[in-house]
Design a protein around this ligand. Structure first.
Ligand code: 5GP
Ligand code: ZN
Length: 302
């Protein structure tokens, strides 16, 4: 039996997710959103006292920053670009004619200055770099954004447009590795509070192509990425619901994130996959939140 299909069907039937006709692109009900809001408050309860600077970017980013980030080198298969009609009246006539004849009208669309944000932290690095040198104690930021990844799938835990909540630390190597360790411990505690059993494992990003295999191996060898996994649509293949990424000084060098003495900052980010966490909760505790264990309800709604 196709377990993935079954869970997605149940989510549609219950109205928690709303079918749009595109795999991985769903509407969400008020109830689904309420679970996400409640979980975000739990994140604040654990991390709020750290004093992170909250910043919210829209789900599109400056194309020039995106190009400089190197995303197209590593993940061309996942990127989404925003294109628009930029022609004259005559071009418009041909466009309408092409659409009427069922032709491919999209070929004439031109790239705009906006690409869809691939991870919540991407717009942050150039933004902080523009402010000038980092203070000696570095920086800590709290982000949330819809992110786009072109990977259509009927697994409800793999969506094309989903939200990522992130905390990002910039500082010395010691600062950022300590930050990452702290959130790994917090992640496990938070999930225990909401009745979810987790494992943490070393991981790698889905780098493209043959050269990407080497990047992935390097990332694993150096323990740069960990994921917190929860079974959702498969027990043998649990889903990454949080990731803990240490970028060493790669982003610091790329964007010019430096301290006053000119030395380069290290960075790390911790990401919560908000839809995945909500889906894990619905999968483990049932589709009706009123039936969830009291302990879980009080952790989320106190
Ligand atoms: P990463 O940048 O590590 O790939 O993603 C950060 C977090 O975003 C992941 O740990 C996961 O929780 C969430 N995420 C990644 N890809 C998807 C996806 O395709 N769908 C959903 N809903 N969440 C995702
Ligand atoms: Zn990040």
């Amino acid at each position: 039996m196709d377990m993935q299909r079954t869970f997605l069907d149940r989510l549609f039937e219950s109205g928690l997710l709303i079918d749009t006709g595109v795999e991985g692109l769903y509407g969400r009900s008020g109830q689904f959103e309420d679970v996400i809001s409640a979980f975000e408050r739990l994140i604040d309860r654990f991390g709020g006292a750290d004093g992170a600077e909250a910043i919210r970017f829209p789900p599109g980013m400056n194309r020039a920053y995106f190009e400089k980030s190197g995303y197209m080198k590593s993940f061309p298969q996942l990127a989404g670009t925003v294109h628009s009609f930029c022609g004259c009246e005559l071009d418009h006539v041909s466009l309408l004619k092409c659409m009427e004849e069922g032709g491919d009208w999209t070929g004439e669309q031109k790239a705009t200055d906006i690409v869809l944000t691939p991870a919540a932290c991407y717009p942050l690095y150039p933004t902080v770099a523009k402010r000038g040198a980092l203070p000696a104690n570095g920086g800590l930021y709290d982000l949330q954004s819809y992110c786009f990844r072109h990977e259509p799938s009927n697994d409800p835990a793999r969506q094309q447009l989903f939200r990522m909540r992130e905390h990002v630390r910039m500082g010395t190597q010691a600062d950022v590795t300590e930050f990452r360790q702290l959130w790994m411990e917090r992640g496990v505690k938070m999930m225990a509070e909401v009745g979810l059993e987790v494992t943490i494992d070393i991981a790698n990003d889905p780098f493209f192509g043959r050269a990407g295999k080497m990047l992935a191996n390097n990332q694993r060898d150096q323990n740069l990425k960990f994921e917190l996994l929860i079974p959702i649509t498969s027990t043998t293949n649990p889903t990454a619901c949080m990731s803990f990424n240490y970028h060493q000084d790669a982003f610091g060098l790329k964007w010019g994130l430096t301290f006053e003495d000119g030395s380069t900052a290290h960075t790390a980010c911790v990401g919560f996959g908000l839809e995945r966490i909500a889906l894990a909760l619905f999968h483990h505790h049932g589709l009706d939140v009123n039936d969830w264990p009291e302990k879980v309800r009080s952790a989320l709604w106190t």
